[in-house]
Design a protein around this ligand. Structure first.
Ligand SMILES: [Zn+2]
Length: 206
């Protein structure tokens, strides 16, 4: 792990983070997945920026690795939500796009969709608190906390266009997500329409 460069440390640290965040808002979240997700999110919020800044910080690397392992447990204890389905379509058509980077690009529009539809307000407030915003009281605070962590890890400005993605592909991505990763929508507490999915790609595009 010590040889993993800062950029990839950030991308894959966020992948681990989203395994736990998606598991935490999943329809099938349960006592065991929640326990693992809470500890993973706390550890990543605290230690991922340090691991990105100094890859030789063994204590930070250890906590990120621990959180990643817990997030793996989350994935086996409940099904991740459709953000992973949307991302796999991006990286399938553009294999030069790292999985974690694609998730980072989608996350603001994706989770904002759920926050707007209010399926689990208190869980988003708790997620903001787990990310370190102890004073959080609104579901929207989660987006602020997530964007702050992106800034702390230097990944707030990722652009799909830098990886060759063009807006005329959004319909193709949506159909690919439905066909290949359709099962992941069963984990969502709100059901997206095809237009909603295309809209999330569009809102995420830079
Ligand atoms: Zn993943």
């Amino acid at each position: 792990m010590l040889s993993v460069p800062p950029r990839l440390t950030a991308f894959q640290g966020f992948d681990a983070l989203f395994h736990s965040i998606e598991g935490f808002i999943a329809a099938g979240a349960n006592l065991a997945s929640d326990m693992n997700a809470r500890e993973a999110i706390r550890n990543l919020a605290q230690f991922l920026p340090r691991a990105v800044t100094d890859g030789n910080d063994l204590n930070a690397r250890t906590h990120v690795a621990f959180a990643n392992t817990l997030s793996g447990a989350v994935m086996t204890l409940t099904l991740l939500t459709s953000q992973h389905g949307l991302e796999h379509a991006l990286s399938a058509y553009h294999p030069n796009l790292p999985h974690g980077a694609g998730l980072i690009m989608l996350s603001k529009a994706y989770f904002s969709y759920f926050i707007r539809n209010h399926p689990c307000d208190s869980r988003f407030v708790e997620l903001a608190q787990l990310l370190g915003m102890s004073e959080a009281k609104d579901p929207e605070d989660f987006i602020t906390a997530l964007e702050n962590l992106k800034k702390a890890c230097g990944v707030e400005d990722l652009k799909m266009s830098d990886y060759g993605i063009t807006p005329d592909e959004f319909e193709t991505f949506m159909r690919n997500t439905r066909e290949v990763m359709g099962v992941m929508f069963s984990s969502d507490r709100v059901q997206m329409s095809d237009e909603d999915i295309v809209q999330i790609f569009a809102e995420s595009y830079r």
